[in-house]
Ligand binder design. Structure first.
Ligand code: 5GP
Length: 188
């Protein structure tokens, strides 16, 4: 296993599709896989911890990090910035595979700099189902829900630019599919 190449795997997909759960399970099940923790300017949600879910930083610190070339990629999402710390990813890739759970713009940006990166889109079995789930569980205004829906369509419209699409119909099957993709890519 150790003489195979280490891969940079990017998981993207619309919110509500379960990519966070897939990422978490992949990390639990694969000792050779490390999750990159992103920086964000958004406020922590209930239950989120600094340094675990994200590094929660100010807009000023984020801009400073951009100036210093500290991000492998960064993008703007619903008025907040999100970025992948370059040093962590490059250092970790020396001895492990690295998983990024980022949006499609970030994923495509990573691919520009890192042609070997493996882009995996997690897609829902039915878009209508995701819309209904978002409406049901959301405490947000209709305007915000509509924005999220537009974002879902946008993320999925980029799937042909991704290397793989995995449908999250059954969680375990989706996890195993991503694991198989990683295994195959390591052998290339
Ligand atoms: P949330 O605010 O719900 O945690 O994340 C919003 C979106 O930002 C999700 O699609 C998530 O995958 C994406 N995201 C998280 N970290 C990064 C990052 O470092 N870079 C980019 N481009 N997107 C990110």
């Amino acid at each position: 296993m150790n003489n195979k190449r280490n891969v940079l795997v990017v998981l993207s997909g619309p919110s509500g599709v379960g990519k966070g759960t897939i990422a978490k399970k992949l990390i639990e099940r694969n000792k050779n896989l490390s999750l990159s923790i992103s920086c964000t300017t958004r406020k922590p949600r209930d239950g989120e911890a600094d340094g675990k879910d994200y590094f929660f930083i100010t807009k000023e610190s984020f801009n400073e990090k951009i100036q210093k070339g500290g991000f492998l990629e960064y993008s703007n999402h619903f008025e907040n910035y999100y970025g992948t710390p370059k040093k962590f990813v490059l250092d970790t890739l020396c001895d492990k595979d690295v998983l990024l759970e980022i949006d499609v713009n970030g994923g495509l940006e990573v691919k520009k700099n890192f042609n070997d990166a493996v882009l995996v889109m997690i897609a829902p079995p039915s878009i209508d189902e995701v819309r209904n789930r978002l409406i049901k569980r959301s405490t947000e205004s209709l305007e915000k829900i509509n924005l999220r829906m537009e974002r879902i369509d946008y993320e999925l419209s980029k799937k042909d630019l991704y290397d793989y699409t995995v449908i999250n119909d059954d969680l375990l099957t989706a996890i195993e599919e991503v694991e198989q993709i990683i295994k195959n890519e390591k052998n290339k």
